[in-house]
Design a protein around this ligand. Structure first.
Ligand SMILES: [Fe+2]
Length: 205
């Protein structure tokens, strides 16, 4: 299917498709987080053990559910119903510096989206001030100290019911990025990076 046909069909992401995804995967996880937090208040911490204990099991599922909610929120926020503002000058400049060109960034992001089992994230490393594409096979994987800027859900539940294949889903997603949201995330993340760098140069930690 060519790109124009795809965009004619979808004209943005189908609202009901996003609503179903939101209800099934985000709301369910939010409820489970509350349930786990309630259980953690009552767990017997004297039984803590690295092979098996209730505290350990609850924390594994807590991390999984919490990351799922956070990543889904980023994902839903960074999808526009129709084409939004373009990438900012700051974003374009950073894509150029860190990937060679915005086109090269998109090529790499697309390839990761074709092979990841869970998520693909364009993120800013808050220690280095550089952009990278990250991917993960589960909600619980990720790199610390990275601010997510653009998040794509590539679990099969995110596209199988609506799109004929993953490639078409990724192409429609990339045509519907809410760059206004992503630009703002970059601006906020760069402020965090700059204030950290300034603090370090003054002898802070
Ligand atoms: Fe999802």
């Amino acid at each position: 299917m060519d790109e124009e046909s795809l965009l004619d069909i979808y004209d943005g992401f189908p609202r009901e498709f996003l609503d179903e995804h939101y209800t099934r995967y985000l709301a369910d996880h939010e409820n489970k987080i509350k349930e786990i937090e309630a259980r953690l208040l009552k767990v017997d911490m004297s039984m803590a053990n690295p092979i098996y204990c209730t505290l350990r099991s609850l924390n594994i599922e807590y991390t999984h559910a919490l990351n799922s909610v956070k990543l889904h929120k980023y994902y839903f926020e960074n999808i526009a119903n129709k084409a939004s503002a373009p990438p900012s000058t700051e974003m374009l400049g950073m894509l150029e510096r860190n990937f060679g060109s915005p086109q090269e960034w998109e090529k790499q992001f697309f390839a990761l989206a074709m092979c990841a089992r869970g998520w693909v994230v364009l993120g800013l490393d808050l220690e280095e001030g550089t952009l990278r594409n990250y991917f993960s096979d589960s909600h619980a994987e990720g790199v610390w100290s990275v601010a997510p800027l653009l998040v794509l859900d590539v679990y099969e539940h995110a596209y199988c019911t609506t799109f004929p294949n993953r490639r078409d889903y990724i192409r429609v997603f990339l045509k519907n990025v809410n760059w206004a949201v992503v630009n703002k995330r970059l601006y906020n993340a760069m402020n965090m990076y700059n204030s950290r760098t300034a603090n370090l140069s003054r002898g802070g930690r």
